[in-house]
Design a protein around this ligand. Structure first.
Ligand code: ADP
Ligand code: ADP
Length: 224
């Protein structure tokens, strides 16, 4: 079964007097353990697609199905609950909490989801270890390199063992070599956990190494 299914998604925005339709009946399926690249020019609607699929925005039409569960008729509270447990996000900038350590940043979403502190710490330690940051747990984000910060952000995004990871230009702010290393970590994680991921990227070399590639053409998702 798909971990994520988009059915005929529409999303419009008002811009001044005009209304633009960014997603125009988009269909897309993501299967367990799959890493799919989303490659399209700026303004094509990549972020919009990720936000709608990740339940951050409601579509104007169509259905987002996560883990077999349609979400359109759910309340905001129920959507938030699904987002916390079944969906993870990574952005171009890490958005880590500056006053907290790497470890605490990875523990936080777990505590919010109701896990006890000991369990959350254990999971955070394992994840950081696994991403090659075992020695960085006590460091604050400002004390980490760009690549390390992104790895912590990845650990935080998967801390609650989501079904789907959405990444919006996760290596966009990194130099080529660091981007490569962060991507490797991300890919390893996907393959080891059976997590599925949809990754918007401008990096065609990295996109080429993922399982599938889609683009957005006239508001529709097309395999490329
Ligand atoms: P991409 O991620 O591919 O660069 P986006 O999804 O960010 O594209 O944006 C697609 C288009 O929708 C752009 O023209 C953008 O300006 C517009 N857009 C995105 N969000 C909003 C919004 N909240 N209000 C109005 N226009 C928006
Ligand atoms: P992020 O990728 O972290 O969401 P963005 O800069 O892409 O950051 O967008 C920040 C917010 O602004 C998003 O909620 C997006 O939908 C919205 N947005 C993007 N483009 C526009 C636009 N042209 N007009 C209004 N809102 C927009």
């Amino acid at each position: 079964m798909e971990t994520l299914r988009l059915e005929a998604i529409h999303r419009r925005y008002k811009q001044g007097q005009a209304t633009i339709e960014i997603l125009r009946g988009t269909d897309f399926s993501l299967y367990p353990g799959e890493a799919v690249a989303l490659v399209a020019p700026s303004g094509a609607g990549k972020s919009t697609l990720l936000h709608v699929a990740g339940l951050l925005e409601r579509p104007d039409g169509g259905e987002v199905i996560i883990g077999g569960r349609p979400t359109s008729s759910l309340s905001d509270a129920e959507r938030t609950r699904i987002r916390r447990h079944e969906v993870g996000f990574v952005y171009q900038f890490h958005h880590l909490m500056g006053e907290f350590s790497a470890m605490e940043n990875v523990m936080l979403p777990q505590l919010v989801a109701g896990l006890d502190k000991k369990e959350a710490r254990k999971r955070a330690e394992e994840l950081l270890q696994w991403l090659g940051l075992g020695h960085r747990g006590t460091h604050r984000p400002a004390e980490l390199s760009g690549g390390e910060q992104q790895r912590v952000a990845i650990a935080r995004a998967v801390a609650n063992a989501p079904r789907v990871l959405f990444a919006d230009e996760p290596t966009g702010n990194l130099d080529v070599v660091t981007a490569e290393a962060v991507f490797e970590s991300l890919f390893k994680l996907i393959k080891a956990t059976g997590l599925s991921a949809l990754v918007a990227t401008h990096n065609l070399e990295l996109a080429a190494r993922m399982d599938r590639r889609i683009t957005l053409r006239d508001g529709l998702a097309v395999e490329v």
